[in-house]
Design a protein around this ligand. Structure first.
Ligand code: SIN
Length: 323
C-alpha cells in the first residue's frame, strides 16, 4: 500500500557513524558513539529540506548492544510507526551488530512501513567520512520505499539495500563491508535514484512475520538465555556442559559443512537437548541453509546465520502473554 505520509524519523543509537578521532586523517583510532543524531543530520547537506525529525535512543558502540537497548529501540520504532504522519524510520547504528538489530526489529515488529538501518565504516571526523552519504541514502530509501509501498526492515550501506534476514557484515574495514550472501541485495542507490532488484513479493523482500509483543512487554531480565557455541577442529562438549550447568535455555551451534558437528560436541548437545535445552544447528560458513536432520537429531536453523538463529530461538522460547 502506498503511503502519503512524508515525515521520516531518524533514531540515533551510536556507532562509528557517530564516532570521532583526534585527527581527520585517522580512520582507525577513534571512539564510536560521540556525536548526537542532531549533529549527524546537520552534516548532510539538504537532508532537512523535506520533513525529518530525530531522537537519540541510545549512544553505544554496537559491540556492546544489549537486549535492554533493543527493547527500548523497538518501543520507539513502534511508537513512531503508529503516527499517521510518519512515512518511515531511519536508525543510525554501529556496523558490528547492525545485522542482529535489523533482524530483531523485523521479527518483533514486522513493520508495515519502511525501517532503514545505516551506519559507517569511518568516523564522522574522517576526511573521507562515509556516514553522511549513507545517512542521506537511508533517508532516501525510507522515503522511496514509503512512496512505492515497500515495508519492513532493511539496511542501507555503501549504496546497497540489504534485507534484514540476509544482511551480514562480511568485512572488518571496507566501505562495502556488508553483503546479502547468495540471496543478493534488494536494491541499489545511484545518486538520487533507488533501483529495486527484488520484487516486494519476492521471498527475500516480503515479510511473513507477525509482531511479537512479548519482546516489547516482558522485562529483558526474563528473556530466555540463548548462547552460541562453535564446532571446530578439536572441539569438546565442555562449553556446552558448562552452559547447561549455568542454566542456559537455548543453544545455537555454528556447525561445519551442512550442519555437521564434531562428535564430542554433538554428544554434549544431544544430552543438553534430552535435558530440555533447545538446540539449533546453523551454518558457520555464512551462506546457504542447513538441511533438517534425517532422523531425530538437532534441528537446523534453515538459512539463518548463528547470530540470527540465536535471536530466532530466543524469541521462540519467550513466553507469550502477560509477564
Ligand atoms: C560499532 O559497531 O558501534 C563500531 C563499529 C562500526 O560502527 O563500524
Amino acid at each position: 500500500m502506498q503511503n502519503s505520509a512524508s515525515l521520516i524519523v531518524v533514531l540515533g543509537t551510536g556507532g562509528t557513524i557517530a564516532g570521532t578521532a583526534p585527527s581527520s586523517a585517522d580512520d582507525s583510532a577513534y571512539t564510536a558513539a560521540q556525536l548526537s543524531i542532531a549533529q549527524l543530520l546537520a552534516a548532510v547537506p539538504g537532508l532537512t529540506a523535506a520533513p525529518v525529525e530525530s531522537e537519540q535512543v541510545a549512544q553505544v558502540d554496537s559491540k556492546d548492544m544489549s537486549h535492554a537497548i533493543w527493547q527500548a529501540l523497538a518501543l520507539r520504532v513502534a511508537y513512531h510507526l503508529a503516527r499517521a504522519e510518519v512515512a518511515g524510520i531511519v536508525i543510525t547504528h554501529g556496523t558490528d551488530t547492525l545485522e542482529e538489530t535489523a533482524y530483531f526489529l523485523q521479527r518483533v515488529l514486522a513493520p508495515a512501513k519502511p525501517v532503514v538501518l545505516t551506519g559507517a565504516m569511518r568516523p564522522a571526523t574522517s576526511a573521507q567520512a562515509d556516514g553522511p552519504g549513507n545517512l542521506r541514502d537511508a533517508v532516501m530509501v525510507a522515503r522511496e520505499s514509503s512512496r512505492v509501498g515497500r515495508a519492513g526492515v532493511v539496511a542501507v550501506m555503501d549504496g546497497t539495500v540489504h534485507g534484514a534476514r540476509q544482511v551480514c557484515k562480511a568485512h572488518p574495514t571496507r566501505l562495502d563491508a556488508f553483503g546479502s550472501g547468495e540471496a543478493g541485495p534488494l536494491g541499489v542507490v545511484q545518486g538520487s535514484n533507488v533501483s529495486w532488484l527484488a520484487d516486494p513479493a519476492h521471498p527475500v523482500a516480503a515479510s511473513a512475520d507477525a509482531p511479537l509483543d512479548a519482546a516489547l512487554t516482558r522485562s529483558v531480565t526474563q528473556w530466555p538465555r540463548v548462547e552460541i557455541v562453535v564446532s571446530h577442529a578439536g572441539a569438546s562438549g565442555a562449553v556446552v556442559r558448562a552452559l547447561c550447568a549455568d542454566g542456559v535455555q537455548g543453544l545455537v551451534v555454528a556447525a561445519t559443512g551442512n550442519g555437521t558437528l564434531h562428535h564430542e560436541l554433538e554428544a554434549a548437545l544431544l544430552t543438553a537437548q534430552a535435558q530440555g535445552v533447545a538446540v539449533r544447528r546453523s551454518a558457520r560458513s555464512g551462506n546457504g541453509r542447513v538441511l533438517p536432520p534425517a532422523a531425530q537429531g538437532l534441528p537446523g536453523a534453515s538459512d539463518l546465520s548463528p547470530v540470527k538463529a540465536r535471536i530466532e530461538l530466543m524469541l521462540a522460547l519467550m513466553p507469550s502473554g502477560a509477564p
